[in-house]
Design a protein around this ligand. Structure first.
Ligand SMILES: Nc1nc2c(ncn2[C@@H]2O[C@H](COP(=O)(O)OP(=O)(O)OP(=O)(O)O)[C@@H](O)[C@H]2O)c(=O)[nH]1
Length: 303
């Protein structure tokens, strides 16, 4: 998460360094006896807290307007508190007013920016809570479950995907889609019967539910095709999830065999669920072609 805020972290480091250099340039170092260590302890803690606000905000929040306000607020406060702390070690000549200006002005501005950011955060949280309540209503609606696998069906997938796409547009949060399809499942059914096929679908659904993250929404998209909506997930992270899933699928057997599944993941860029799913299907088709397996031969190991 911090990589997307690298420019902000660099700016903070540069400003704090500039404040230090300016203070050293303008002030004279106080004698050991003139230093008040209790003041230093108090002001040091205040600075450390402001810096922790700055970093916690950048480490935990996605890029956006609210994060920017919280960042600028805590940066101004950090600069002001850093100068306050330096004051304890340095004495400035009476005619130098720059440092007292620099110490006093950023603090109230920082407080204002931080307060504005917190108000934005409050609004954002209310919006998220509303969406979570809507999500929960869906979760409790059992008509939306596929009776065989107990995963969500197509209706739920469309509803969730459209809502996540709207959120993705508003808040610039990354969203990825993973699509999985069992290869040559029709041939497996013919060979071992639909009951064996059903058992495989149930085991696959259980594996998907246990291996994906809690925030991922897994749905049965078609007979032998599944879709996972990976919220707040960049394409690179989605690909790691897909790779991990492929490894776990090796352990899943049916009638003594390991069936091969094709997996594709895409970063959602369109605004409509239909378009996103079409894009995922194209990626899946390409993945199937890349990993094309020989035509199913009964009793010959992997599909
Ligand atoms: N056992 C079982 N089979 C199902 C179920 N739903 C769909 N199928 C079967 O899944 C098969 C899907 O066939 P295709 O779409 O041709 O897929 P495939 O045979 O895996 O072919 P490729 O995907 O191209 O490798 C069909 O034979 C369906 O009958 C189900 O609930 N249970």
């Amino acid at each position: 998460m911090w990589q997307q805020h690298l420019d902000k972290l660099t700016l903070a480091a540069v400003l704090l360094l500039a404040a230090l250099l300016l203070a050293l340039q303008l002030g004279d170092v106080k004698s050991w006896a003139a230093i008040d260590w209790l003041d230093i302890l108090g002001e040091g803690i205040v600075l450390a807290v402001a810096l922790s606000w700055l970093t916690l905000n950048l480490l935990n929040r996605p890029a956006g307007r609210v994060t920017d306000w919280l960042y600028y607020g805590s940066l101004l406060l950090s600069c002001s508190f850093a100068l306050d702390l330096l004051d304890e070690f340095l004495r400035y000549p009476a005619h130098v007013r720059t440092m007292s200006w620099l110490e006093s002005v950023p603090a109230p501005l920082g407080m204002l920016a931080l307060t504005y950011g917190l108000m934005g955060w409050h609004q954002e949280q209310r919006q998220i809570n509303r969406q979570l309540r809507g999500r929960e209503r869906f979760l409790r609606d059992h008509r939306l479950l596929d009776p065989l696998t107990q995963l969500y069906g197509l209706d739920y997938l469309y509803a969730v995907l459209n809502r996540e796409l709207a959120l993705h547009q508003q808040q610039r949060l990354p969203l990825s889609i993973l699509m999985l399809d069992i290869d040559q499942f029709a041939a497996f059914n013919r060979q071992h019967g639909t009951a064996a096929g059903d058992n495989y679908l149930i085991s696959l659904a259980e594996l998907l539910s246990s291996q994906m993250r809690e925030s991922d929404v897994i749905c049965r998209y078609a007979g032998d095709r599944f879709v996972a909506v990976l919220v707040h997930t960049e394409q690179a992270a989605a690909e790691i999830i897909a790779l991990h899933l492929q490894q776990q699928l090796q352990r899943l057997t049916a009638a003594g065999q390991t069936l091969h599944c094709s997996v594709a993941c895409i970063q959602a860029t369109q605004t409509q669920a239909t378009a996103v799913l079409k894009q995922a299907e194209l990626a899946l088709r390409a993945s199937k072609l890349r990993g094309a397996r020989p035509v199913y031969q009964p009793g010959h190991g992997n599909l």
